[in-house]
Design a protein around this ligand. Sequence first.
Ligand code: NI
Length: 182
Amino acid sequence: MPVKPVIKIGNPILNQISEPVSFIDDKLKQGLIQDMLDTMAAENGAGIAAPQIGVNQRIIIFGIGKNPRYPDAEPVPTTILINPVVTPLGDEKKDGWEGCLSVPGYRGLVERYTSVRYTGLNENGIRIDRVVSDFHAIVVQHEVDHLDGILYPQRIKDMSQFGLIEELEAAGRVPKINKVEA
Ligand code: NI
């Protein structure tokens, strides 16, 4: 299955609200979902949303193994989530540096809920219902934002906390090893 080009910020597809998936079948699994998996792997992403390969449907994929690139992140199982719903648990939020495959070369400081519950269907139509926190919670919030037409720069409160990776790294503002893009 082909690796698809990742659509970049400025393309209006990324600003649209995506449509719910009405049924899950082999065509979806072998087509769009496989393309998303292949593209995420090729780009070394921690996550990807269907609009990033040009399809406005409510599907996200995320996951990271124990990886020296993400030393602070707990492993997140590779998860295919269709029609996801995310609910914050409590009011606690935390700032973290985020990157996005659709905003290459940049990082920005974004506030996200620390703990969330998420539900949805996997590629076999089985319901997923998880309570997660920290990196796992951040990546899910980032991906679901893509389905609502929101890119992380729209969530940055202070635009002085946004910049090119190499400048932020040279200034010691982001850890050199933190290359998470989603
Ligand atoms: Ni992204």
